[in-house]
Every structure is written in structure tokens, then in C-alpha cells.
Design a protein around this ligand. Structure first.
Ligand SMILES: *Cc1c(COP(=O)(O)O)cnc(C)c1O
Length: 423
């Protein structure tokens, strides 16, 4: 459920009309709903009721400072995957004890940075990383709390680029090697073992892979405890999918996911951590764009809009579907016609939808991409020298630009000329 609905024939974000925002900030732009972000966080929190739990929002889904603040105010911690994300989480006011650090390639500099600034735990993904972390922590006179991310070798049944839980993926330590790795971890001076971590992929639309992975984690917990380790925290990752195509998708609900967690690991007395990203931010955001031209091609029509693959890369990168709707509510009974919806970038990959049934549209009309709040703005680039587009946050009848569109001058001034060139 979200808070983007038609009122008086115009699509609104909460109580603000998108035409009003477009007139104020120009197109294209991203817009996020505070109420939807809050609702999604609350839904997860309720799904884990009865368990000792904490939610670490995976901020790579949408790392805008205002979004982080909104969620942190609800009690969210942050799951970060780089020194930059750690710095952003801290800048948003999140204390180190509420941050977990994930990722396969943490550098020495990043380890130093977060140990110095404070961190709840490292989710360590390999033996070399474990040794490096022990060295860095010891040199600082500190001990790093860790989980080891295990790779349960289950098929998440999602797009290949975002499946992370099979043994051929780069993530985590194979289950068969886990006991040995924990033994080494316990012997290292800069390391304190606190639990186990698992994350099998993103945009999961089936609970069965979760059940398989969490069952393996539960078995490993018992084994490791028998080996003498103090396993008291289980980080179960994120990945729950959202409906991108509303007319024919109904992924499992957080409450059903919570039930699987309770059934598989609920009896272990562990503190449960989860790291949802997409489900919190995805349907809390839209990308709004203006039609530039309607072009009649040979055998098909093209709707050319002012947003492009550099603004929202998911269709080009993952063959992803986004529902695209007119901002002016179509009149009842109008016949939709099939259109290819494309951006202005010089690549055929810059296609958002092929032969999509759309109501009549013309130059100057606005369209909105649904489900664009996660892996949208964060993956944008300035390809074709198209400046990063603004992000807007709505709360009730208020809206604010939470990241401004750079001017051409600002964009250009990031390049500098070497001294041997005349300026
Ligand atoms: C990407 C990622 C997440 C979040 O995944 P979503 O599909 O956005 O919920 C959580 N944990 C880790 C380790 C990740 O890499």
C-alpha cells in the first residue's frame, strides 16, 4: 500500500499534487512519501513482534539523508556496505551502535573508519577479511564484533544479477566451511563472535528459499553453540520482493515472512536482525517525467519522455518492469493504445517499456513510474551529461527538495583541467 493516489483527477503524493511539484522543481524528478516509508517500516516491526528484534534498513536502496532520518526516527538502524554509506548514516544522525557493516570487499581504511566511529557489528564475508579485521582492530586496541555471512547454497529464484545465495555467487562463506571459519574467528585477538549472517538475494517473491536458508542457519547455530561459540544474534538479511506489476503480482507479505522467521529460528533465543531495503523504499517513491514527443514510427509509436536510463537504470539493467501511469487521471472508457516508452539517451537500451497499453498522451503531459523509490536515484548517473535529477520528500501537505538538481555549471566544474592546459 502506498500514498500515491488520484485526487480531483490528478495523481498526488499524500496531499500534494504532482503537477504542483513539477511546476516548482521541473521534470524529471523523484518524489518520496513519508507516510509510506513509515508504514513499511511499521509493517516489518509488527511482523517480528514477539521476537527480540531490530530492523537495519539497507540504505543502498535509497540513501537520501532525509529518507534515512525519517526511518531512523522510527527506530531503524542502518545496514551499510561502504565507508561512504557509513558516513551518510552518521550524518543522518544514526549512532554507530545502530549500524551493521556488510559487503564482500571492506577495505582496511573502511575498517579503521567504522571501528573509530563506532559500529554494532561487521558481517564478515571471508577468511581473509576476518584476518584483516583482526589486525586492524588489534592495532587500534579494539575488538570487533562479528557475524560470519554464510552462503547456504539456496536458489532465491530471482533475477540472476541480484541472487546472492548460491555457491557460485561471490558472497559469504560456504556452509561446509563455516565451523572451521568460526574456530579461526574465535582464536583471533581482534574478533568477538556474536552471531551468524545470511542474505540470499533481492526481490524474492517466494518464501520457500527463506525457509530453506533460515533452517540451515538454525542448524548451524546449534552446531556452533555445541562447538563453544556464543551465538546470540542472527542477521537474516533483506530481499523481500515488492509488486512491480500490480495487475498480476502478489509477493508474500512481511507478516508471512515474519512467520517463517519465527518458525525456523524463533526457538533459538537469539536477537533477530533483518535488513530490508526495497520493501521499505520501493513503493514509497515515484519517478515523474514529462512527455517530450509522441512519434509515429513504422508499425509502432514511441512515447519519448525526458527521463532516461541514467535516471532509472532498472529496466535496462535487470529487464525490470515499472508500472507507468499518467499524472492526469484518464477518463473512464478511453481506449488505451500500445506504445514504446523511451528516453532521449543514445542507446536502444534506453527503453522503459515496449508496447505498453497507455491512455492518450501528448507532449507536455506528465507520467509517473511507480515503485521507483528503491534502486532508482541511488543508481543514477550523469551519462549523456544529464545532471542528476532532484529528489523531493512529501509529508502530508508539505514538500521539500531533499537533493537539488545541479546546474550545468556545477556539473561541469567537477572536472578540472591539468596545469599544462591553458584555461
Ligand atoms: C542489498 C542487500 C540488502 C537489501 O536487499 P533488499 O532486496 O533491498 O531488501 C540487505 N542486506 C544485504 C547484505 C544486501 O546486500
Amino acid at each position: 500500500m502506498d500514498h500515491f493516489i488520484y485526487k480531483n483527477g490528478v495523481l498526488h503524493a499524500e496531499d500534494v499534487s504532482l503537477t504542483e511539484i513539477a511546476a516548482s522543481v521541473g521534470t524529471p524528478f523523484y518524489v518520496y512519501s513519508t507516510a509510506t516509508l513509515e508504514r513499511h517500516f511499521a509493517v516489518f516491526d509488527e511482523a517480528l513482534e514477539g521476537l527480540d528484534h531490530k530492523i537495519f534498513y539497507a540504505m543502498k536502496a535509497n540513501g537520501n539523508l532525509a529518507v534515512l532520518r525519517t526511518l531512523a526516527a522510527m527506530g531503524a538502524g542502518m545496514d551499510v556496505v561502504s565507508g561512504g554509506e557509513y558516513a551518510k548514516a552518521r550524518a543522518a544522525g544514526v549512532p554507530g551502535e545502530h549500524i551493521v557493516f556488510s559487503g564482500v570487499g571492506k577495505t582496511e581504511a573502511e575498517m579503521w573508519q567504522v571501528l573509530n566511529g563506532g559500529i554494532r557489528q561487521f558481517n564478515v564475508e571471508s577468511e581473509p577479511e576476518l584476518r584483516q579485521l583482526s589486525r586492524v582492530a588489534s592495532a587500534m586496541g579494539k575488538v570487533a564484533a562479528i557475524t560470519l555471512r554464510v552462503n547456504p547454497d539456496v536458489d532465491a529464484k530471482t533475477h540472476a544479477k541480484i541472487a546472492t545465495g548460491k555457491s557460485e555467487n561471490k558472497f559469504g562463506i560456504p556452509m561446509a566451511k563455516a565451523r572451521e571459519a568460526y574456530k579461526e574467528a574465535a582464536s583471533l585477538p581482534g574478533i568477538e563472535v556474536v552471531g551468524i549472517d545470511v542474505h540470499i538475494g533481492s526481490q524474492l517473491t517466494d518464501l520457500e528459499p527463506y525457509r530453506q536458508a533460515f533452517t540451515k542457519v538454525a542448524e548451524l547455530t546449534e552446531q556452533l553453540r555445541a562447538d563453544g561459540h556464543n551465538i546470540h544474534r542472527l542477521d537474516l538479511g533483506g530481499g523481500l520482493g515488492i509488486p512491480y506489476e500490480r495487475s498480476n503480482e502478489a509477493p508474500p507479505l512481511p507478516v508471512e515472512y515474519g512467520q517463517v522467521i519465527k518458525e525456523t529460528v524463533g526457538h533459538l533465543g537469539c536477537e533477530i536482525e533483518i535488513e530490508p531495503g526495497r520493501l521499505i523504499a520501493g513503493n514509497a517513491g515515484l519517478l515523474v517525467s514529462e512527455v517530450v514527443y509522441l512519434k509515429h514510427g513504422e508499425g509502432r509509436d514511441f512515447l519519448i519522455i525526458d527521463a532516461a536510463m541514467n535516471d532509472l537504470v532498472r529496466p535496462a539493467m535487470y529487464e525490470a518492469h515499472h508500472d507507468i501511469v499518467p499524472v492526469s487521471e484518464p477518463e473512464a472508457g478511453v481506449e488505451p493504445t500500445p506504445l514504446d516508452i523511451v528516453g532521449p539517451v543514445c542507446e536502444s537500451g534506453d527503453t522503459f517499456a515496449k508496447q505498453r497499453a497507455m491512455p492518450p498522451l501528448k507532449a507536455g503531459d506528465l507520467v509517473a513510474f511507480r515503485s521507483a523509490g528503491a534502486y532508482g536515484a541511488v543508481m543514477a548517473s550523469e551519462y549523456n551529461a544529464r545532471p542528476l535529477i532532484p529528489e523531493v520528500l512529501v509529508k502530508g501537505d508539505q514538500f521539500a527538495v531533499v537533493r537539488a538538481r545541479p546546474t550545468y555549471e556545477e556539473m561541469i566544474s567537477r572536472d578540472t583541467l591539468p596545469s599544462w592546459m591553458e584555461s
